[in-house]
Design a protein around this ligand. Structure first.
Ligand code: CU
Length: 57
């Protein structure tokens, strides 16, 4: 399946093509917890594909 990763508040929005890896580079300008989700509908587990990035000082 092709997946995606979107972390809106950090300006991250990448596609991850089936069988490939993708690199996302970003420089946060604020601290906090930022939730990202899969941005490409990928099947039954799609809604649970989330992660949290913790940005600390
Ligand atoms: Cu998905």
């Amino acid at each position: 399946m092709t997946h995606g990763l979107r972390i809106r508040e950090l300006g991250v929005d990448v596609k991850v093509n089936k069988g490939k890896s993708t690199e996302a580079t970003f420089t946060p300008d604020q601290t906090g917890d930022f939730v990202g989700h899969c941005s490409n509908f990928c099947g039954a587990g799609h809604g649970g594909m989330a992660l949290t990035v913790h940005v600390v000082d």
